[in-house]
Design a protein around this ligand. Structure first.
Ligand SMILES: *Cc1c(COP(=O)(O)O)cnc(C)c1O
Length: 466
């Protein structure tokens, strides 16, 4: 399998290199040159397989020759062995039609663990015994930082520098990052906002002198391997609900369009997906794009579902590219226009292609709270605010009532205890596996939010290019 850039001007890469590279050199994102096709027999053969065995079958065509089946099995077994549920991503039934796919049984209680636990192991596998050393730099408003740190802590060949806005992440989120004391983990609290932290990271990637000294890498969802790992649970859930004979719909609380793009990939591979429901909060650029073709940014409104508070959804470019004949030149032009005016119209081909598979909804805070209350009182299930946005959209969508609708439960409710309590009146306790989080020692440094302070700090600690 080879990977091509959505903007058509970067070299094609194999799986190993696409995993170690973030953005393509032309500013685009890597996608497979073609979608592997699963026949109905291939899908039927997934019945009864464990999560790990399902993962190996679904990912094998993307990995190609870069890992043997045994190597892939060993990495998946270790990554998913850290999950607290034997089914890794269990399905829970809410009513006759609605299901939750619980993706939060990993070490940091959010769905990002499913992909990042594996990505950390891919990095180590591909770097051990080489003279390449990765310097991962990221900014986080909470979930990505803790999942990425847990995934690479103590691994060979990588250092991680994670910037968070000082005093502006929850105590649980901060402690999940700062109590990891491995020597390759560097937590930096920036005096400033999340946007300031993110701007500092972008400036490092765009600084030729700095990126000449260190092999910088990213762990956000522009990384193809993360999306690939997420395709697995769409197959795992749909097969349990009757695929390939029966179609299944998915409702996905969406921010950067990574999780729901993985659902699109599953459909392209042959999984019978009736609809993918893109659920947004009031930061609704994706709902506007899918319902009226208007992809234009505004200002971010902070909400109780902070992992969905975004202005620009990086992975949307992958969908637009695939829907419009995979024309890298045209895509580069469309994105250049967007980057200068912060707005673009989808083409007719893009709108029609998207309408065939996607529905979308913008969920107001009142509907989100109502979904949390409904899940608690009618189904005995406490859900987090992100999941509630997905569930609210799932319950409103107009679909054939015989089609099961699976809402992706992207975070454990204990990660957002205040919002859960406001809606339902009760607090979700932290699960036992993270129970002593508040007794553990923390380690992080506070830096002013200036480029000089942050780059000097990293340069003193990172391993330079060989
Ligand atoms: C990251 C995140 C999302 C959004 O996922 P995308 O892949 O960016 O669309 C939704 N919910 C939670 C809890 C998250 O951490």
């Amino acid at each position: 399998m080879r990977y091509q850039s959505t903007r058509g001007a970067a070299p094609t890469l194999g799986f190993r290199d696409v995993t170690l590279t973030g953005l393509a050199a032309d500013g685009g994102l890597y996608v497979p040159e073609s979608w592997p096709a699963f026949s109905t027999d291939d899908i039927a053969a997934l019945r009864g397989l464990s999560y790990v065995e399902t993962a190996i079958r679904v990912m094998a065509p993307f990995v190609g020759e870069d890992l043997t089946e045994e190597e892939l099995r060993a990495l998946c077994t270790r990554a998913y062995g850290r999950f607290a549920h034997a089914a890794v991503t269990p399905l829970v039934q809410l009513d006759e039609r609605n299901w939750l796919l619980e993706l939060f049984h990993g070490p940091t209680l959010a769905f990002k663990d499913v992909a990042l636990q594996l990505l950390g192991r891919f990095f180590e596998k591909f770097l051990t015994g080489t003279d390449t050393h990765l310097t991962i730099v990221g900014a986080t408003s909470g979930d990505t930082g803790s999942a990425a740190i847990d995934a690479v802590a103590g691994r060979t060949g990588v250092d991680i520098f994670m910037l968070h806005p000082k005093g502006r992440v929850s105590d649980v989120q901060r402690r999940q990052m700062t109590t990891v004391l491995a020597p390759n983990v560097h937590n930096i609290a920036i005096e400033g906002s999340f946007d300031d932290a993110q701007a500092l990271v972008k400036a490092m990637f765009n600084d030729p002198a700095f990126s000449a000294r260190f092999r910088l890498s990213a762990v956000n969802s522009i990384n193809w391997a993360r999306l690939m790992a997420q395709v697995v649970y769409y197959f795992y859930a749909a097969v349990r609900l009757g695929a390939p004979e029966r179609k299944v719909a998915f409702s996905v609380p969406t921010g950067n369009f990574g999780d729901v793009f993985a659902g699109y990939v599953a459909a392209k591979m042959g999984l019978p997906v009736e609809k993918l429901i893109v659920a947004t909060n009031v930061n609704d650029i994706l709902h506007r794009a899918l319902s009226s073709g208007d992809y234009s940014t505004g200002t971010v409104t902070p909400t109780a579902a902070p992992s969905m508070d975004i202005q620009v959804s990086s992975n949307f470019e992958r969908l637009l590219f695939d829907l419009a004949g995979r024309d890298g030149n045209a895509m580069a032009g469309q994105m250049r226009g967007f980057e200068s005016s912060r707005a673009m119209r989808l083409t007719n081909a893009q709108r029609e292609g998207a309408a065939a598979l996607f529905a979308s909804d913008r969920v107001e805070p009142g509907h989100m709270n109502e979904a949390m209350r409904w899940a608690a009182s009618e189904a005995g299930n406490v859900i987090d605010p992100h999941t509630a946005i997905g569930l609210a959209a799932a319950r409103r969508v107009d679909l054939d009532p015989a089609v099961p609708v699976v809402t992706l439960a992207t975070a454990h409710p204990a990660k957002f205890p205040d919002a859960v309590e406001r809606a339902t009146g009760s607090r979700a306790p932290l699960p036992g596996r993270v129970g002593d989080l508040f007794e553990r020692q923390e380690r992080y440094d506070v830096l002013p939010g200036t480029y000089a302070a942050v780059t000097e700090y990293i340069a003193e600690r990172a391993v330079p290019k060989a």
